[in-house]
Design a protein. Sequence first.
Length: 89
Amino acid sequence: MNKERKVRLRRAVSKICSAIDELKEQSDLIQEVIYEEQDASDSTPENFKTTDRWTDAEALLDEKYRLNDDVTYCVCLLQKSTDNVETAM
């Protein structure tokens, strides 16, 4: 494998790692907001589920799960890329 290709592969792996870190940060922030919303509620958990804040929290939770799926996918891509680089070397 030539040097230029190795450099491009390393850059690609670096970008994937950065994307994973960003997705994890966003996911953690969403989880934090959900907990804050639940803690801020004066109502019982059953009543909280009928509020607009619960609807917002559910939407955020759905987004968190989507981000977690994205992170898992990126990790798989990273592993595959790493395996390909090791095989090529």
